[in-house]
Write a protein that binds this ligand. Structure first.
Ligand SMILES: [Zn+2]
Length: 162
């Protein structure tokens, strides 16, 4: 099983973006980073996002910066829900207070851990109006780990559905 490596198109409904931004902004107003997940179904090489999942999580503010944490029970609950609904995760999305990049912690403790899966980091607690150009999008590749996609690769891969 090659996970999501064969996926060349991710269809992303605009409502899912709005939903995530609203949530990230609310957390950001409280000074917290947080994470959301996008789930959906696979049709050949196309992934259709159907749902946004907001995991129960704890926000931390430690010396190194902000962190979020989702515990094992919650991950189990999410996996059960995915299984029961015939869905798969394709991406995790999280906010940063300022710059969008994959931190060492982000590399080391992803929720999305399937090869070919995506990790999206949104800068400035998502306070800015949505623009996909603001996003830092990473894809988990075998032997290489989380690799940042170029703007062109992001445009080719992610199709926003209005
Ligand atoms: Zn991060």
């Amino acid at each position: 099983m090659n996970g999501l490596l064969h996926i060349d198109t991710v269809k992303l409904p605009f409502q899912c973006i709005e939903f995530v931004y609203k949530y990230l902004r609310e957390a950001g107003e409280a000074g917290a980073e947080c994470v959301a997940l996008w789930a959906g179904v696979i049709n050949n090489s196309v992934f259709e996002i159907k749902n946004t999942i907001i995991p129960a999580q704890t926000a931390y503010n430690i010396e190194m910066g902000l962190l979020y944490s989702v515990d094992g029970d919650e991950l189990h609950r999410i996996n059960m829900w995915l299984y029961q609904n015939g869905m798969t995760l394709v991406a995790q999305i999280h906010s940063h207070p300022r710059e969008a990049y994959h931190s060492e912690t982000d590399d080391r403790y992803p929720i999305m851990a399937v090869v070919g899966g995506l990790s999206i980091v949104i800068p400035d607690f998502a306070f800015r109006p949505f623009s996909i150009k603001d996003w830092a999008v990473y894809r988990l590749l075998p032997q290489r780990g989380w690799i940042k996609l170029s703007e062109q690769e992001v445009f080719t891969l992610i199709q926003i559905q209005h």
